[in-house]
Design a protein around this ligand. Sequence first.
Ligand code: KG4
Ligand code: ZN
Length: 316
Amino acid sequence: MLGLVVNSQVEMHAKWGGVVPEAAARTHVESILPCLEEALGQAQLSLNHVAAIGVTNRPGLIGALSVGVTAAKALAQLKRIPLIGVHHLEGHLLSPYLSAEPGLPHLSLIVSGGHTELVHVQSSGEVRIVAETVDDAAGEAFDKSARLLGLGYPGGRALSDLAEGGNPRRYALPRSLPRDAEKFSFSGLKTAVRRLIEVEGDRLDRRDAAASIQAAVVDALVQKAILVAESLDSGLWGITLCGGVAANRLLRSELERECLRRGWGFATPDPVYCTDNAAMIGLAASVRLAAGQWDSCSELDVFSNASLPSTHHIQG
Ligand code: KG4
Ligand code: ZN
């Protein structure tokens, strides 16, 4: 990695208790060029050394995506270099390759603030979503529970810090495993957490509550990932774990343990590459560039919704 700068808007989101799209876009405008300069400074390079520009163009908040895509187009045109629009989840899907060497075929568990998906990546590079959430994403389950515990927004990290040393068996919470192999569901957990806090009132041990919530989310994710992996063809290399929630220590260790028990491989990025970052987008862009795929500056657009590309062209 030559240079990586993350300008987190978490403090601003915490102040407003969530993401305010207008404020997020404005902050992108203010920070995009300073971030670019800092990253080039870290890499001790100038724009003249840059061979191509990758940028997230989908899915997401249109205002924020437009700032990045407009800046990327200007730079690509100025320097006459290729421009590559990247799907946000494709970045997460490839992020384990920044820290490890997963084999193919594998099953990837993508867990973020907006997504909970199990993706089967075949040896051909073909990508197929085999399970997704029917309601809240895993990150939302953490964030909404954290908010109920008064931990601010987004509270996934704060909840997992509070859970350290807490008793995960103190409060019984649902594991929300819908019988359908291809569905996750976390809304029942959210309701149960709200009820627990109401019923326990001042008696609630917040550390034990955080540990019990974390265990419920992690159990549901690990059990479903293993169930789906076992149902896939033999010859599966193993499981990769990515997305912001993949920074969770318990999830990393539990999923790794279950994979190793079955003789499967396990790969997850260093935590810095789990939460949203440009390194994973750069990697996805370079893989597309190597496959001869890039976008036209006049045609690249932004999309609030977009399905995951069906191939990713990385070699196992
Ligand atoms: O991928 P990401 O950075 O942004 C989205 O694409 O949504 O994921 C952010 C999510 C948030 O819900 C955040 O609370 C959660 O990842 N998260 C964690 C941890 N670190 C970040 N959840 C649990 N434990 C953590 N250590
Ligand atoms: Zn993300």
